[in-house]
Design a protein around this ligand. Structure first.
Ligand code: NIG
Ligand code: FE
Length: 450
């Protein structure tokens, strides 16, 4: 088996029309954001008797035309006067087609690694204890400040290529290892350049409030002074640069308080940055409540929300601006936590659930989103369908991209994965396996397993 990575910019018109045929299943995820019982509905199309060409998806000029039996898809393309006979054909060989996966929470850009901390945690050291001693996030900040733009670009390309190999076509990328104006801007700029280079779409998020940097720590008012520098210096510079879409805060007891987080996120809103939060990752800290209060796009982690926090998310979900609960179970696994996010309760209460890797050098050194699906099924007790909805349609909504990507519906961007398994239920089941046969980005095959 060899992997062929097809290079080229997004304006390469060589695959104006593409027809994927011969699939056993197409998981469309059509029908919008999933919450409650709908989280379990993959809107799957299965090849029945008489579907000789198997199931098919067609795209034209980067957008989905139709999905269904090959005969029906060809008929629809003809009805739209599209030259379906000249479409590039790709045989899915009895595999499964899904929307391109979306990883809605990563810390993609950093320098160095933290295997020393991995060992310390095995021996019982706590995550916040390591941070308080100047390690953890702060050691990555030191390495990242010292890295060149070229180092960061090469690092980003390496890991995006790996993510693409796992079927991921859109990745959110947070800054947060600069913690000063210049380095935060550099990280956001690199994320934006990686997006322009493609093929994976990169959505930059500003996370100046990831930790209090060393230069502020010795002072009695250190955290407050750093919060003021985020509001007065970093945020205006980030807004003027124009790369970041949203603003994130590590709202956690011992890091940034609810009140400090609110101040930063409200200032971000004034600059047009949508709020999102690291909420209740380690202990109930009021993060879920704040996410609901601010109408955040997503509240992430939620490994330890309070009952009031869950109630606040449930109330938001019942309104017209639900907060997506973006759960990161591979982080709980890496931290050897004794509890995971209450995913079943959140779904029962009608809260839409997304999943992400949290890829970062401290709490989740894995870029493998399908592996996160496995952990979500085994530890959060999600079904395969619920987990897949969490990394497609719901992840798209968590990033504010629900109208463009995350499902296979006419008019949406043709981001697709062909999997070497006959049913989507096998995607989380073959834990850690390499199941991707091909990836299509905006109608172009960008990866094909030869
Ligand atoms: O989501 N908790 C804050 N941020 C990351 C970890 C970052 C790091 O340890 O480098 C997280 O777990
Ligand atoms: Fe994170």
């Amino acid at each position: 088996m060899s992997l062929r990575l097809i290079q080229g910019g997004r304006d390469d018109a060589s695959e104006t029309g593409l027809l994927i045929e011969g699939a056993a299943e197409i998981v469309t995820m059509a029908g919008g954001l999933r919450r409650g019982p709908a989280q379990a509905d993959p809107a799957v199309l299965v090849a029945g008797a008489g579907a000789e060409g198997g199931m098919a998806v067609a795209s034209w000029q980067g957008r989905i035309v139709a999905a269904g039996t090959r005969e029906a898809v060809e008929a629809e393309a003809r009805a739209q006067s599209l030259p379906v006979e000249r479409f590039t054909r790709f045989d899915a060989r009895g595999g499964t087609v899904t929307p391109g996966l979306i990883d809605p929470h990563t810390h993609l850009l950093f320098a160095g690694s933290r295997e020393n901390e991995f060992r310390l945690r095995q021996q019982g050291a706590g995550y916040l204890e390591i941070l308080a001693a100047g390690g953890g996030i702060l050691s990555t900040v030191a390495a990242t400040r010292a890295a060149s733009d070229d180092d960061l670009l090469a690092h980003g390309r390496r890991w995006l290529t790996e993510m693409l190999g796992h079927g991921v076509t859109t990745v959110e990328a947070k800054s947060g290892y600069g913690l000063d104006v210049a380095t935060e801007l550099r990280l956001l700029e690199v994320a934006g350049r990686l997006d322009e280079d493609g093929p994976v779409s990169v959505v930059p998020t500003f996370l100046g409030a990831h930790a209090v940097p060393a230069e502020y720590r010795g002072r009695p008012d250190g955290t407050e002074a750093y919060v003021a520098s985020i509001v007065d210096q970093q945020l205006p510079a980030v807004a003027a640069q124009g790369r970041a879409r949203s603003c994130d805060v590590f709202c956690e007891r011992g890091v940034f308080s609810v009140e400090q987080s609110r101040r930063i996120l409200e200032a971000g809103l004034l600059h047009g940055l949508e709020p999102r939060l690291h909420a209740d990752e380690l202990a109930p800290s009021g993060g879920a409540e704040l996410a609901a209060e601010l109408g955040a796009r997503s509240a992430d982690h939620l490994a330890a929300p309070s009952r009031a926090g869950i109630a606040a998310l449930a109330a938001a979900a019942a309104g017209d601006r639900p907060v997506v609960a973006t759960l990161l179970p591979a982080t709980s696994w890496t931290l050897m936590a004794d509890h995971y996010a209450p995913a079943r309760l959140l779904i029962e209460r009608g809260v839409p659930v997304a999943l992400a890797t949290d890829f970062n050098p401290g709490t989740c050194p894995s870029p493998n989103l399908p592996l996160v699906l496995t952990v979500a099924c085994l530890e959060l007790k999600l079904t395969a369908a619920e987990a897949l909805a969490a990394v497609t349609v719901n992840a798209a909504h968590a990033l504010g991209l629900g109208d463009e990507v995350g499902s296979i519906e006419p008019g949406k961007v043709a981001d697709l994965v062909v999997w070497r398994v006959p049913t989507y239920a096998q995607i989380p089941y073959w834990a850690g396996a390499d199941l991707v046969a091909a990836v299509v980005k905006a109608g172009r095959r960008v990866l094909v397993r030869g």
